[in-house]
Design a protein around this ligand. Structure first.
Ligand SMILES: [Zn+2]
Length: 409
């Protein structure tokens, strides 16, 4: 096994030899005599790239660390036969992984020093990079301290070196993390004077190449805290996106970024006040409408009957209008009110409502009306309602006339 990336993370173009051709889960794959391709392991995803021989090009779509013998298996999008090949690794993806993996070592040590929190998990994907810390009670200030320390280390641009030691030698060293796993030698990543840990991933050669580490969000998970962070290019892209959001919000509210929280709070207050005012005015308008309808009501024995069809309103408003009619009907009048209201439109609706002292069983009265409408619903003696399919104003008026006739006996 020759894992060239162990000692050199920067070589992305190399010549090699296909020494074995295999099939993995039905996909063509090859093993090279030496490879700089990183196989998925230790929380870091594999490299991608290409193998070329003359005009023949196969994409390396996955790289696997074969458990049985530790071979690095390159999964291809098409088969290649044994022999020499020119290999190339996709630069942006590899460098992104190097920056984030090195940034992770720095951030993990920073959390040890600034917050006494140990890293118990690491995950790197194109969507997000996270570490899991063994504490659930991290304050925002502690997270800021760790983030600041990590960036100081990055900007010090100290060397990041790789060396191999035996397990006996490793036992004498102040390692942050010692993996179980393979016998023999351990590969140590030394961030000069700051962090020493065993790791099999790809890293940058100087801390400054990480550029920046920014904690994006934290999430408490049981007794641990998941910290999502961004380094280098991803941090820059995130910064751009956030600035664009702020710019658009600022333009919409004609204010600067710093004034946005205050401007949004004022908007929320105004909206709340406007909603309360609207609610009040709607109720007043419904009461007024109810009074007008009552003024034109037909007599129904001692009571008054309001039978009307509306269009372009909501069923909920129809219910409130019925309520307002019943409420206003008792003022200065004995005998009560019966309201038979219909809503025409794409979805029809009926509300039959009466005051306690008015005649009629609304639940019974609405049954034939809904049957004529082809709708469903029901209710009790004083309030019943139901909805139906599309119906015109004339059809609903007829249904209400029939209901009124039933009511009159
Ligand atoms: Zn590492």
């Amino acid at each position: 096994m020759n894992r060239a990336y162990y000692t050199d993370s920067y070589t992305l173009e190399f010549t090699s030899e296909i020494v074995a051709v295999v099939t993995l889960d039905g996909r063509p794959a090859v093993i090279l005599d030496r490879s700089y391709f990183y196989p998925t392991s230790g929380g870091q995803p594999h490299d991608t790239g290409a193998l070329r021989r003359g005009d023949e090009v196969a994409r390396v779509v996955d790289v696997i660390d074969r458990e049985s013998d530790g071979a690095v298996v390159h999964i291809l999008d098409r088969p290649l036969v044994p022999g020499p090949v020119q290999a190339s690794i996709d630069r942006d993806r590899r460098f992104d992984h190097m920056r984030h993996h090195t940034g992770q070592h720095i951030l993990s040590q920073a959390f040890v020093r600034a917050a006494e929190a140990e890293t118990v998990g690491f995950h790197l994907s194109p969507q997000s990079v996270t570490i899991d810390l063994d504490r659930a009670d991290l304050s925002a200030a502690a997270i800021d301290r760790a983030e600041s320390l990590a960036n100081e280390i990055i900007w010090s641009n100290r060397p990041v070196s790789v060396r191999f030691v035996t397990r006996e030698e490793a036992a004498m060293l102040p390692l942050r993390k010692t993996p179980p796993g393979r016998d023999g030698h351990l590969r140590l990543i030394d961030i000069d004077g700051f962090d020493l840990t065993a790791c099999g991933g790809t890293h940058v050669a100087r801390a400054g190449e990480v550029g920046l580490v920014k904690v994006a969000r934290t999430e408490r998970r049981g007794s641990t805290t998941r910290v999502e962070f961004l380094c280098g290019q991803r941090a820059l892209e995130d910064y751009r996106r956030q600035q664009e959001v702020l710019r658009r919000l600022g333009a919409a509210l004609t204010t600067g970024a710093a004034e946005l929280p205050g401007a949004v709070a004022r908007l929320q207050d105004e909206l709340k006040a406007a909603r309360a005012d609207l609610k009040q005015r709607k109720a007043a308008l419904l009461a007024l409408e109810a009074a007008q309808l009552l003024a034109a009501a037909e007599p129904l024995g001692e009571a008054r009957l309001v039978a009307r069809v509306f269009a372009g309103r909501e069923p909920d408003e129809l219910r409130r209008l019925a309520g307002a009619l019943v409420e206003a009907g008792g003022v200065g009048h004995a005998g009560g009110v019966v309201a038979l209201l219909g809503l025409a439109g794409e979805r029809s609706h009926l509300v039959f409502c009466r005051s306690a002292d008015a005649p009629g069983a609304m639940g019974e009265l609405i049954k034939p009306a809904l049957a004529a409408l082809g709708g469903r619903g029901g209710g009790g003696p004083t309030l019943a309602q139901g909805g139906g399919p599309a119906a015109g104003e004339a059809a609903l008026a007829l249904i209400l006339t029939q209901a009124a006739a039933l009511l009159r006996g």
